[in-house]
Design a protein around this ligand. Structure first.
Ligand SMILES: Nc1ncnc2c1ncn2[C@@H]1O[C@H](COP(=O)(O)OP(=O)(O)OP(=O)(O)O)[C@@H](O)[C@H]1O
Length: 785
């Protein structure tokens, strides 16, 4: 399929930007009829205003007015009123609905107020990334400018130089930082922050939906440590959270902070009309593996659409799933557009140096940039609202994230276009043909589990180091802290003296918790000829993205990796632009190390234990960029990566396989499908996140010598999810079977057996076989007593 640029249009610029007109233009170019499978029209919504609460300091009202906000939206007024009354609140409203003011107004109000009982008021702001804290610092500086020296803010993170840290400790009354810095710096060093903690009135948690799964559970414990220290100094801060729209935000926020949090969800901000189109790329002439027909890639299709939109002078961001796709789209667009417009297109992703990212954000704001191909690194908080169009190349994994991205489109009073382009996989294909699965279903809840003992243990140690741990502290942490503390003492981590537990070791207890689960240092990508550092890649991702021979794109320039030195954490690259892209293939194996618990279930057996998951990148495919056609497979000699973790697994006997009518052809697909669905359902029972767990299924496992399905924790040492699965196995597998059986689809869809993160492209899968398999397994379990 060749790219055919849309012919120039005679329309006026404003008419051209109406979302319907833009969409019609995209559809009419070349032979694109039939590619839009559905268009959802979300009508414009007028703003609803309310007056500021009476108690809000008039200087704050004036400062806000100076920033151009005359009247607060109804949700802003409500949230500020509740905060001023001392209630912790979460505001979970749409993208760019003015959430910042809901916490900044109460914070400034507090900082303008007098010291109470000798405590000068202070406030703490937590962002999930350093970039976002830096952004906020700029916003605070502007907003607080008319207030003189009453507001003294400081960014405090890993990059803050020593003098600036000393200044922050002595003078700052509004500290902007991140949970990592709280965990490693501020809390362990609380004695240097006593006056700050004594006066702490508000703790702001921005983008709180990011704190989910294991990371969220760690942050929940960091916040409990903070609350405990504040209480020690006599402060009881109010928590103000800002979140993307999520289901049950109050519940999630209460779990995160450990205090009761009220929710404000009725969005009073105005919205322009949004035309949201679902777009399916056409089939190509090319043939894929085993001769299967191949659709044009979402990346190539999105690149075309981006060119057309930029050609229409429509300010557009294309959200993509991978760093590589971001680079590829920018590269294609630059090649195809004329010079002026080509220069107005760029890529944006994690791994860029901070100053590069800042420059790109500024250029997009000013209109110097018209098109940006971005990974979700741009999704967080960066104020880039006011786009004419948003392209979403591939379903981003959750509806919450989809709306977060689509919400970037639209300026006040003006319509905007969002287009989700399907990738050639079962999940996206299903979605573009089942719009109700996107538009008629609520967004997901943010799941986390602060009681998870694997997460709680290192934080109890850190807490004991901060202040000796006593019985009274168990209520701050989780009920399970009472059982866990003697175990930590038995393991020699804590020492009991009198009524308290102490950390008496020399090492830092904060090193026990890797709160982001990053697992090791970053790999630096260096241009061999010049020694220039192009950027960084996570160690975990390095195996699949910067192996020898990988095509690595950076800011629209193409490089080929000459060598990857994992010991040295360096990938050397050289500028080169071969006519292919590369994608790594890997294999996963799982070995049983130990069995802790096991139970006979009729003929099946259920196990809980420790496993070793070995993943190895074995080769890479060269593919033609646009069609995805495979040009060849090159073997790689990469070291395997080993994850020791905990898993729950169950086996079937030959008789059960026969009983479920699973022939050798369909057995692997049935096992694989049941594994996917079980992973999809475990969050219901283990309050984890689908992305925190993994699975392996095999028709003959060397340790069990039987067909076996494993579901394992995705974190070294485990995180407690598999364990919960084992204990809830009856309900979990029954719900899994029911979910698959109740799904109306013919042969498997994302609502039942397809997985958005499957390493084998959801192949093979056998939906009905999975239902029969689970039915047979469940038959062997005794009904609950
Ligand atoms: N009451 C208001 N009236 C008019 N404009 C407003 C009002 N409140 C906020 N704004 C403007 O709306 C824009 C978005 O605000 P803000 O960045 O706080 O939104 P947000 O909800 O935090 O966004 P995100 O979804 O990115 O977290 C800002 O430019 C801000 O000045």
């Amino acid at each position: 399929m060749q790219y055919e640029p849309a012919p120039p249009t005679p329309d006026t610029p404003t008419a051209r930007r109406s979302p319907r007109a833009l969409l019609a233009r995209l559809e009419s170019a070349g032979d694109r009829s039939g590619r839009v499978t559905h268009t959802e029209h979300l009508p414009a919504r007028a703003a609803r205003y309310s007056p500021w609460p009476q108690q809000l300091h008039p200087d704050v009202v004036a400062a806000v007015r100076e920033r151009g906000v005359d009247r607060p939206y109804s949700h802003q007024a409500e949230a500020v009123g509740r905060a001023l009354a001392g209630e912790s609140v979460i505001v979970a409203t749409g993208t760019a609905s003015g959430k910042s003011l809901t916490y900044l107004a109460p914070v400034l109000d507090a900082l303008l107020g007098p010291a109470v009982e000798g405590r000068a008021p202070t406030a703490l702001y937590l962002a999930p990334t350093k970039a976002l804290a830096a952004d906020q610092a700029r916003a605070v500086k502007e907003l607080a400018a008319p207030l003189g020296t009453a507001v003294r803010h400081a960014v405090y993170d890993g990059d803050t130089p020593a003098e600036a840290r000393a200044w922050a400790r002595r003078y700052a009354n509004f500290l902007l930082t991140n949970p990592d810095m709280l965990h490693r710096g501020l809390l362990p060093g609380h004695r240097r922050w006593t006056s700050f903690l004594r006066g702490l009135r508000y703790v702001v948690i921005d983008e709180s939906h990011v704190y989910r799964g294991v990371f969220g559970s760690h942050v929940a414990q960091v916040l409990r440590r903070l609350r405990r220290l504040c209480a020690h100094y006599g402060a009881h801060p109010v928590f103000l959270l800002a979140s993307a729209t999520a289901a049950e935000p109050g519940l999630g926020a209460s779990r995160l902070t450990g205090v009761d949090v009220g929710a404000v969800t009725d969005d009073g901000s105005p919205r322009g009309e949004l035309a949201f189109a679902l777009w399916e790329p056409p089939l190509t002439e090319a043939k894929g593996e085993r001769g299967a027909p191949v659709r044009r890639s979402a990346t190539a299709e999105a690149a075309d659409l981006l060119c057309d939109l930029v050609g229409e002078e429509a300010r557009t961001v294309a959200f993509v799933r991978s760093r590589r796709a971001a680079e590829l789209i920018a590269l294609i667009a630059r090649e195809r557009l004329d010079r002026r417009r080509g220069e107005a297109v760029s890529s944006y992703r994690g791994g860029y140096l901070p100053e590069e990212r800042r420059a790109l954000e500024r250029a997009l704001h000013s209109g110097e940039l018209l098109g940006l191909a971005a990974t979700n690194a741009l999704e967080l908080g960066v104020d880039i609202a006011g786009l004419d169009a948003v392209l979403i190349a591939g379903f981003p994994g959750t509806r919450a994230s989809l709306w977060q991205q689509a919400g970037r489109a639209g300026r006040a009073g003006q319509g905007a276009l969002a287009v989700m382009v399907a990738r050639d996989d079962p999940l996206d294909t299903y979605l573009v043909h089942h719009p109700e699965a996107l538009f008629r279903r609520p967004v997901e809840a943010t799941v986390l589990d602060p009681a998870n003992p694997y997460v709680l243990a290192p934080h109890l140690c850190a807490a004991a180091d901060e202040l000796p741990l006593t019985e009274a502290d168990f209520s701050v942490f989780e009920a399970s802290a009472r059982d866990l503390t003697p175990k930590l003492t038995a393991r020699g981590l804590l020492r009991r003296r009198g009524a308290a537990w102490y950390w008496t070791r020399r090492d830092r207890p904060s090193d026990l918790a890797d709160i982001r689960g990053e697992g090791g240092p970053q790999v630096q990508v260096v241009e061999e000829a010049t020694g220039r550092l192009l950027g960084t890649v996570d160690t975990a991702a390095a195996h699949t993205t910067v192996h020898e021979g990988a095509v690595h794109l950076h800011r629209g320039a193409s490089y080929v990796v000459r060598s990857l030195d994992l010991g040295d954490h360096t990938a050397l690259v050289e500028a080169a632009a071969p006519p292919w892209t590369t994608s790594a293939r890997d294999t996963s194996e799982i070995a049983v190390l130990d069995t802790d618990l096991t139970e006979q279930w009729g003929a099946s057996r259920m196990y809980l234990g420790s496993v070793e998951v070995t993943n190895q990148v074995v080769s890479y495919l060269r593919r033609r960029p646009v069609t995805g056609e495979i040009l060849g497979e090159i073997k790689l000699d990469m070291p395997p990566r080993v994850l020791r973790t905990r898993a729950v697994w169950w086996t079937l006997t030959e008789d059960q396989v026969d009983e479920a009518r699973l022939t050798p052809e369909i057995l692997p697909g049935a096992l694989h499908a049941a594994e996917h669905a079980a992973i999809g359902m475990l969050p219901l029972f283990a309050t984890c996140d689908r992305w925190d767990i993994g699975g392996v299924s095999t028709a003959l496992h060397p340790d069990t010598l039987l067909p076996t399905i494993f579901v394992h924790d995705g974190h070294p040492g485990g995180a407690g999810f598999a364990e919960r699965g084992y204990h809830a196995a009856r309900d979990w597998l029954a719900a899994t079977r029911d979910a698959i059986a109740a799904c109306e689809c013919e042969s498997g869809c994302p609502s039942c057996v397809q997985s958005p993160k499957c390493g084998n492209g959801n192949d093979p899968l056998h939906k009905r076989g999975a239902v029969r398999l689970l039915t047979v397994v469940l038959r062997g379990i005794a009904p609950p007593p």
